[in-house]
Design a protein around this ligand. Structure first.
Ligand code: FE2
Length: 126
C-alpha cells in the first residue's frame, strides 16, 4: 500500500510512460521571484495546462503550501482554490509575504489524472 506522497505525480518523478505523458499538461508551473525581501509583498502565479475545463474532465482544485526553512513542522497551508468545471481555468495569482526562505509547493487535482505537484524555492534576503 502506497503513502499519499508516493502517488502524487511530478515532472521529475520516474513514472510509467502513460502517466509521464501527462506531466506537461498537469504539473503546475509556479512563477515567482527567486529572491524577495523580508515581509515585502510579491506575486506568485500558478498555471496548469493547457488543460480541458469540462464537467467530465477538469482541474478541480489547486492547493499551495510553503515549507519554511528552520521550522520544525512543515508545510504551512497558504491557499486552496476550487475551480468550477466549464467556467474556471486552472490559473491562480496570490500575493504573499515571507519572513524566511523556503519552498513553495503547488498541488493540482485532475479528476481523471490524479494529483500533480511542483515546487519552487524562494530565498528571503535583505
Ligand atoms: Fe487531466
Amino acid at each position: 500500500m502506497s503513502s499519499l506522497g508516493e502517488i502524487i505525480y511530478s515532472a521529475e518523478k520516474r513514472l510509467p510512460e502513460e502517466i509521464a505523458a501527462k506531466a506537461e499538461s498537469h504539473a503546475p508551473r509556479i512563477e515567482s521571484p527567486d529572491v524577495v525581501k523580508p515581509d515585502e509583498e510579491f506575486t506568485v502565479k500558478i498555471v496548469v495546462g493547457p488543460h480541458p475545463s469540462t464537467e467530465e474532465h477538469s482541474i478541480r482544485w489547486i492547493d499551495v503550501y510553503f515549507s519554511e526553512e528552520d521550522r520544525t513542522f512543515n508545510p504551512i497551508h497558504i491557499a486552496r482554490v476550487e475551480l468550477g468545471p466549464g467556467y474556471a481555468q486552472p490559473e491562480i495569482t496570490l500575493r504573499l509575504r515571507l519572513r524566511k526562505s523556503g519552498t513553495i509547493y503547488a498541488i493540482a487535482y485532475c479528476n481523471k489524472h490524479g494529483l500533480w505537484e511542483s515546487r519552487k524555492g524562494i530565498r528571503v534576503s535583505k
